[in-house]
Structures are given as structure tokens and as C-alpha cells.
Design a protein around this ligand. Sequence first.
Ligand SMILES: [Zn+2]
Length: 449
Amino acid sequence: MSVIHKDLTNKDYVSWKQFLSETDAWDVRRIREFELSEIKRVVEFAYKNTSGYKRIFDKAGIKPDDIKTLSDYKKIPFLTKEMIRDNLDEFSTDFPNRFYVTTGGSTGIPMGMYRDPVSFAKELASKAHQYHRVGWKEGDRQIVFRGLQIDTPDGTEFLPEFNELRCSTYEFGTDKMEIYRRKAMDYKPDWVRCYPSSGYIFARYLKDSGKPFPKIKGILCASEQLYDFQKQLFQEVFGTGTTIFTHYGHYEMAAIAGYCEYTDDYHVLPQYGYVELLDKSDNPVTEPGATGEIVATSFIMHATPFIRYRTRDLAVFKSLFCEKCNRQHQIWERVEGRSQELIVSKKGRLISTTMLNMHNDTYDHLRQFQFHQREIGKVIFRFIEKPGCNEEILKKVKRNILGKLGEDIELVLESVEEIPLTKRGKHRVLIQELDLKFDHPAMKRTLSL
Ligand SMILES: [Zn+2]
């Protein structure tokens, strides 16, 4: 039997995973009861233990006891990122063993918060619960390409207690990738765990070099949008039928939503938090295909509670149950147009970076690329060329991208030697420097997602 990391045998982890599995088939009535009782509990806890929530509740004339139905819940004022950024202590409690973490600032609002060991164990267990749907087990062998900086000569480290071979993606040149590939040939991982962007770069290396990689069960992605062009390459390189799983989550631990056994739709986990999808007038999105902002209340965060928290992330509504797995969970067709994943055209159209999926050889002559927007209507396309790339090819690349972006975009091509990583070690598809709040004028227009 494989050794399992102590986090994975920790009692909070084990009991939460057990709870999730026992309640996985709850019907919608049972789910609503649970959600309402958790909302009441969290609201009362935050009201009693933080001055910030007390202040905004008092100002809105709401007492925790007033919340008797889910309609009452909708009277609760929103919590914004700015409120947490500017008044963290006011919105935090002195929960035991709390520790401070910060987001990478990918939304443009760097923000810190407190977590506690129980919330973290529940977070790990919630992810594991979702991974179980696609056959992952505690103790499975994993190779990891995430934003880890590893100070060993070859950039790898093995954690026997996690059964995890971690590879640094800070230096992710072909020489390093070849080292990782060779190590994987010996290690024979069951799973690749990665940011889609890092996994994509590695998969491109495998494809271009034509070198083998051991047969894996699947790829577990996290933290970033997973694009179709990335999925396609994963299937091509790791084998058709390779499981590709991803989920939506965030540092604030208010919402988590993953694929199921059968579909690539996002299933919102109701035991984790209460999640609304709200349109521009803050009404619930109910039409399949319509987009809304993810607004969520965490049931697991107690050091910094998040109640009716505006994430600024957008999702496309699908239904209130999954026809394939029968879970009566809120289902999203896509999570996209996170504000940092939208481009604004000269006419103010919003273009999701998922539009930049290319079902042809557009990106084949490039080792890596990134879009960058600093001003409305103008986009810089930065790329590292592969040997053999030429003017003719680049003209075609430009034509193909413009074909997707539309004519009201000025596209500037910029060949570079290196594309720097974000502070978290991510390779972002888009660096968006415009402040695209949900109430940005451009956001009031129809989203062309
Ligand atoms: Zn399903």
C-alpha cells in the first residue's frame, strides 16, 4: 500500500470527505435545507465575531435572526474584494491557528486573508472528492507541473509522503523538460497535475520532440481556465481517452465546481458554499447560456468569513441538475470571462480568451505565447518562435488571430526570447491591465462570450 500524506489522514480531511460522499446524492430539497442552515450559522458567526460584518449588517438593518429563507439571504449586502483588501482585520475573526495567505493578484486586486487548518483540510478533501469521480485515489503516483520554485540542481523533488514528483516550472526550457520526462519514465506517474498553461507547454515539448511519456490515467488541472486547444493537445500527446479533469476554485474558498464522471460541465459543490450567479442587475441568471458573476458564501472559512462575496469571476449557466450523473447541483457550462480573461475591443466588445482557441496549426510554430492588453482596442501578441518560424508563417498567425478577435482590434506581434511568469509561477494566456470590474462600462454591453 502506498504511503499517504498526513494531510490526507488528518481527521478533518477524513470526516469531511466522508460527509461529502454520504451527501453526494442529496436531492434538491435536502440541499436547500442544508444551505439555509449553513447560511444562518455562518452569518451569525460573522456577526458575532467580526466588527466588519456587524457594521454592514447593522447598516442594512439586518439581524442574523431575520434570515429565515433563501429570499431573506438576498437582502444581505455584498462583500467586495476592496472591502477585504482595505479592512481585512475588521472582517476577520481570531479563529484558532489562523494563518495569513495572499492571492496572486490576478484580478488586479492583491488581497490577503486568513485561513485555518480545518478549512484547509476541508478544501483538500473537497478537491479529492471531485477527483474520486474520475478515478483518482489517495496514494496514486503524481507528477506535478505547477508554479513551484524548487532549488535542487535538476529542478525536481520527490515527496514520498505525497507520492508526488514535483517539477519546477520556473525554469521550463527544453533541457529541463527533458530531465522531467526522463524522471517520469522511471517514476511512471498515474496522474499529471498541472496548471493548464504549464501542462500545455510540457505537452508541446513531448509532441515536438516526439519522445515517449509513460501512459497515465489522466490530467488534473487547476487554477486557470482550461482551453479547448489545451485539451486537444493533451488528448493528442497523452492518448485519446485520457481523462482530463478541471475545476473552478479560488483562494477565498467560497465556491468550488468541478467536472463529473460524464461531462465537462462544472458542478457547484453545495456542501462547500452557497453560490449565486448574478446578472448585471444582480438578478439570478436562470437562462441556459446566460452569463453571470459568481457570488458566494463560504461554509468552510471561519478566520476570514466570506459572505455574499463578489468574486468578479463569470460563469455561463446551464441548469440546476446534471442529466448524466443526476446530481441536483447548479451546473455551469463554462467558467470564463474571468475579468482577467477578457479582451476589450475598440467598439467596447468583450472577447473571451476562449475565442482564441485555434482548431488549426496557428500555434504550431510557436514555443510559447501570451496576449497582453494595456489599452482598449489594442492587443500585443508576444511569442517565442520555434526554429523554422518565418515571416510568412507569422503573417498567417496574425491573420488567424485577427479572424477570431475581429476588426476592431489592433494586433501587434512581438517576438521575444522569454515570457516571464507571474509571481505565482503561472504562464498566463492573457495579461489584462485594464480594470475590468463587472460594472465597467464595457461589461454593461452584451458579452460576446
Ligand atoms: Zn454530472
